[in-house]
Write a protein of this length. Structure first.
Length: 279
């Protein structure tokens, strides 16, 4: 039985200033290339065995770039790529991409779209095509966009979804509501999972403590349960606020109170099951 510990959310890129304009001046520390050779040592040192590489640029070029890296580096177990969900040629595009078993899911940077973007019928129709190719969908939103995500997942009850970064709660302001109420409601949908990722960059980059993250982790554990939660580092974006080991340890501290099986779920089994890694 596979007991690999998995980082379910990290990125690779060859930095290009014009394309990667989202990496602003305050994020100068990550204005460079980040490739598998830069991650593997930290991953192994933290006791993890594999990762899922997630898109950061909305292009088919990047999707193929990530798939190429995954073929070259065995620790990259799967890729969450990007496709134009509204394109008239979506079906043949998905058919061609899905020939590669390393493609496990799709993501669109919905946090940059209008707050009701995920609630649109045409968007749901595009995401609804993914299931036919065995692909999951990563929901990347700010916490105030959760209601639109609820509309989406209710339209597609058979589609597996995972919420990235706990929907980016306002950790820096130590505010729980209405984020917690919205997450409890979203968790009632059995087709929705959640990633314990991206938290340190929603906190105070220079002054965050593990105690700042704890209320949000507790809500996630209470609502989704370990069987629908998966650890993700959000490397290299996390490096703006913490090194790789610190991010792992922040989640491991909370997981220490769980049973061995529950800890195994958060640090591997959930991601392996959700993304069908190695299947």
């Amino acid at each position: 039985m596979d007991s690999s510990r998995i980082d379910a959310h990290q990125h690779f890129w060859r930095y290009q200033p014009e394309r990667d304009a989202w990496i602003t001046g305050s994020m100068a520390a990550i204005r460079r290339d980040f490739l598998p050779v830069d991650l593997e040592g930290a991953l192994v040192a933290a006791g993890l065995h594999g990762s899922v590489a997630v898109q950061a640029d909305q292009s088919l070029e990047e999707t193929h770039f990530l798939l190429d890296l995954a073929r070259e580096h065995a620790f990259v177990r799967g890729v969450v790529g990007w496709v134009d969900l509204l394109a008239p040629d979506l079906e043949p595009t998905l058919e061609a991409l899905a020939e590669d078993p390393l493609l496990v899911g799709v993501r669109h940077i919905a946090q940059a779209e209008a707050d009701d973007w995920l609630a649109r019928e045409d968007v749901a129709a595009g995401i609804g095509r993914l299931g036919g190719f065995g692909l999951t969908y990563d929901i990347l939103i700010h916490h105030w966009q959760i209601p639109a995500a609820q509309v989406l997942v209710d339209r597609l009850p058979a589609q597996p979804f995972v919420v990235d970064h706990l929907a980016k709660p306002p950790i820096r302001g130590a505010v729980l509501e209405p984020w917690a109420t919205h997450m409890r409601e979203l968790s009632r949908r059995p087709n929705v999972w959640c990633k314990l990722s991206g938290m340190v960059t929603e906190a105070d980059w220079q002054g965050w403590r593990r105690a700042d993250l704890r209320p949000y982790l507790d809500v996630a554990l209470e609502t989704f349960g370990p069987e629908r939660l998966m650890f993700g580092s959000d490397w290299p974006v996390c490096l703006l606020a913490a090194d790789y080991t610190a991010v792992v340890d922040a989640v491991a501290e909370v997981a220490a109170s769980l049973t061995p099986a529950e800890r195994e779920a958060v640090f591997g089994a959930t991601a392996r099951r959700f993304y069908w890694l190695g299947a």
